[in-house]
Every structure is written in structure tokens, then in C-alpha cells.
Design a binder for this molecule. Structure first.
Ligand SMILES: [Zn+2]
Length: 278
């Protein structure tokens, strides 16, 4: 079973009293974990937290919690008092969040959005699948099949860039392991669920299966659309990892009724015979 990962939670319900608290405090393990204490404080009052996010650095925790205090507004001051009392000297600061819009709450300090790879933080700028859809539609409307070529090149450049990152990873990793790390990253970025089905570089054949891929989700209503961006990306990634030009075709596609999209990438070990086109 797949479990959704939340980017950020926003709540808007006119008439409700949402409470957003931002608490900075020191961790003292094993005796005191700020996040666990916060959950206990709300649990004891029978208040379910709508959201809790935690960021830790140098033994300081930044917790942000959202609770629905509709009908329990009077408890807010009590909760603040309880946190101050229980946290004591370990409390660095506590703040109530006001978004300026009644009934609306989100983590106002939540920025930047980061992808954490062993404490290397990459900022991420996310687009909803719906926004991707409008981008794809616009490209196809203006440039027709040329729009898909454009997407292929964009994907290809991005895939090559990702390949160069992976080549720099320390340790003795095989190409299969590097690809697995790349696919894990793409899954975390919301691009889909990737599976390396076959990797036979002697036969020059690499088969990748993708379920729930974002490009297909975004483009399913665009007639005749093919996974150009993703195909370009996989070709770019694999050409860098295997240090060989390659070509990719999509052999199965959810748009054609298959249960997943499947890409076959073929390496060309003959130098100079490579391609950099869709
Ligand atoms: Zn497809």
C-alpha cells in the first residue's frame, strides 16, 4: 500500500477556529522530546492535531502544530500555559500564528521546501499535477508535435543533470544501485513509482516500468500525447550513468490501456553513433 506524503497542509473553513502554534525548544534525550510532549498535551485534552511538522537541527526542535479549537477557544490560553510550564527552561520561543484570514491556517514560516539527502538540502519548487497539465496543454496547443519535442529536450537536460549528480555519489555503487537511488528521488518528488525491470547492458537493454507517473496523469486528456518529458529524462539519465548515447521508446502506456507505462532504453556502445534527439 502506498501512503501519501504531505507537502504542506492548508486548512480553510469559514467559521472554524484553527490554532497554529510555532514552538522552538531544546531536545534533552532521553528525558525530553519536545514533539512527543506536544502531542501528549493535546492528546490529554482530546484534541486531535490536524498537522504537526518538526524540523530538528543542533538539538533544537522547531515544531509547528495545527489544531481545531472550534468550541474550545477558551482552552488556547490554558494550552499555552501548559506548554510553558512543562517545557520550562527548554522552551526557546512560542508563537501563535495568525494568517490574516479568519478560518485559514498554514505553516506561515514553512519555507524553503527542501529535499534532504543525508543532510544535503536541495530547495524544491513544486507544481501541482494540474499546473503541469496546463503547461503541457499550452505547449501542445501552440507548437503541436513540436511541443512534445521541446518537452523531450527539457526532460533530457534534466535527466543528464540528475545523472551527473548521481555519478558524484561516494562509495562503490553499481549503475543499478545508482538508478535505484535516482528512482527513489523521483518518487519522493512525486513523479511516479519507478521500477527497474531489466538492466542488461551487454544486451544494451534497460527496461523501466512507471506507475502513476505525473506526466501521464497531467496529460491523459490531451489526445495523442506521449510521455515525452519522462522519456527524454530517462534517456538523459541513463546516457550519463552508462556513459553511452542511447535511445528510448515507450512500449506500454496507461493511455493505451496498459496498467503502467514501460520504457525500453537501448544503449549504443559505438561511439559517435549516439543521438541527442527524441
Ligand atoms: Zn505512458
Amino acid at each position: 500500500m502506498q501512503v501519501p506524503v504531505h507537502l504542506s497542509d492548508h486548512y480553510y473553513e469559514p467559521g472554524r477556529s484553527f490554532c497554529g502554534l510555532y514552538i522552538v525548544s531544546k531536545i534533552e534525550l532521553p528525558d525530553f522530546s519536545p514533539t512527543a510532549e506536544l502531542i501528549k498535551i493535546f492528546n490529554r485534552r482530546g484534541i486531535l492535531l490536524l498537522n504537526i511538522t518538526s524540523h530538528q537541527k543542533d538539538y533544537v526542535t522547531h515544531d509547528f502544530v495545527i489544531a481545531d479549537l472550534t468550541g474550545k477557544e477558551a482552552q488556547k490560553e490554558e494550552i499555552l500555559g501548559e506548554i510553558r510550564r512543562i517545557f520550562g527552561q527548554r522552551l526557546v520561543s512560542i508563537e501563535c500564528i495568525d494568517t490574516g484570514v479568519p478560518g485559514f491556517i498554514y505553516n506561515v514560516k514553512g519555507f524553503p521546501l527542501i529535499f534532504n539527502f543525508s543532510e544535503n538540502y536541495s530547495p524544491v519548487a513544486a507544481l501541482s499535477v494540474h499546473t503541469w497539465k496546463t503547461l503541457f496543454q499550452g505547449l501542445i496547443k501552440r507548437f503541436g508535435a513540436g511541443g512534445m519535442t521541446l518537452l523531450w529536450f527539457m526532460g533530457n537536460d534534466a535527466g543528464e543533470g540528475k545523472g551527473l549528480d548521481l555519478v558524484k555519489l561516494k562509495g562503490a555503487l553499481s549503475n543499478v544501485e545508482r538508478m535505484k537511488i535516482a528512482f527513489a528521488r523521483l518518487q519522493s518528488f512525486g513523479w511516479g513509482i519507478f521500477e527497474l525491470v531489466e538492466c542488461d547492458d551487454k544486451e544494451n537493454r534497460i527496461v523501466i516500468r512507471v506507475r502513476d507517473n505525473f506526466e501521464e496523469m497531467a496529460a491523459k486528456e490531451i489526445k495523442g500525447y506521449q510521455n515525452s518529458f519522462l522519456r527524454g529524462f530517462l534517456v538523459g539519465l541513463i546516457s550519463i550513468l552508462f556513459n553511452s548515447p542511447c535511445r528510448g521508446i515507450e512500449t506500454k502506456c496507461v493511455n493505451k490501456g496498459d496498467p503502467y507505462c514501460e520504457f525500453v532504453i537501448r544503449l549504443s556502445h559505438i561511439k559517435g553513433s549516439g543521438c541527442r534527439s527524441p
